[in-house]
Design a protein around this ligand. Sequence first.
Ligand code: PLP
Length: 410
Amino acid sequence: MYDFSKEDPEIFNAIQQEHQRQDNVIELIASENIASQAVCAAQGSVLTNKYAVGYPDKRVYTGNEAIDEIDKIAKRRAEELFNAEYANVHPHSGSQANQAVYAAFLEPGDKILAMSEHAGGHFTHGQKHNFSGQLYESHFYGVDPETELLDFEKIREIALEVQPKLIIAGASAYSHVIDWTEFRKIADEVGAILMVDMAHIAGLVAAGVHPNPVEVADVVTSTTHKTLRGPRGGLILAKAKYAEKLDYAVFPISQSGALEHVIAAKAVALGEALQPSFHQYAIDVIKNAQAMAAIFNQDDKIRVVSGNTENHEMTLDLNQTGLTGHQAAELLYSVGIATNKELLPLEDGNTMEGIRIGTPTITSRNFDESDAEEVAEIIIKVLNNPSDDALLNDAREQVKALVASHPINR
Ligand code: PLP
């Protein structure tokens, strides 16, 4: 990074501090990752200076020769990677991608049906504290209380009763493969549009280790920064017949100038995801998560919600440890392990007695299954002995050794 410590020491030093934090922490926040140096360089480039309102060859301002080229490459790579007829790489974030899709397909007051937040859904899928729950009439499905898995018969029943205009599949905290075709059948039966938000699993889909929703959904949204390992941003994929409507919903309905420095970084990340090595990374993400789940399953106080994981993440039920999700996340962070508190899939109560953990970041820094097992063992030790200072110190030393032997390549 350019050394601007003289121009702005406050911000420069804070960035250095964050750099060190990332190096020294075992990052298990399931929605984070380590973008490559090339991705970071593209995002930090002179493209920051350019205003690019509109789409390639139809810009409002002049001077977009290179910008248009970059924009078209990003779109082409997204379409190739996800086998999509149409991609829009302009949404500034996952939330804005969702906003644009709603704007394209819905009128205010229309009914949407999505996974509830406490079952693992995202709050931009109709929660009242978000625009989506304020503009549209939202209804929710959860998971089966016994298996903690999606129950398609139940979802179908709710859909038949609600008659939603749009059904949303996809989650932020759900550790199993989602059968998009089951959602397709339900959407067809009630005449709804099927939207999939694959923000969390986009990297797994790109690598072919999770079924691709693009083949069955009407429209798919994503972030580019989670398992996909790109810059922070959003993405929309759809059938070609929706191209015009979706383009218009992004610009001018919900955005003005495109963030072309971010779009260049998205193009670089999409190019990386098209390489064979990305496939191996995605396989390793899942292997590491499963290795951790197997260790947690040996502990009688920590329960893996739904029993195991088939993707990059899992939620741990900590009710038996007596710790809240917040306390557990703080305790783990005090020894150098970053997680986040998470709702448990309970019908009522909305308790936060869980934490979510994920393996994209540790996999990107080359932790293998035995490292992942060691991390799970440290977590168990810490959560079961929150006041044992000597043990917490040992855990801190173990974390230090693990991060030192897995440096981040930058
Ligand atoms: N959709 C899902 C499923 C997510 O998990 C998230 C982020 O956590 C988003 C959308 C929102 O993405 P962003 O933070 O880029 O707005």
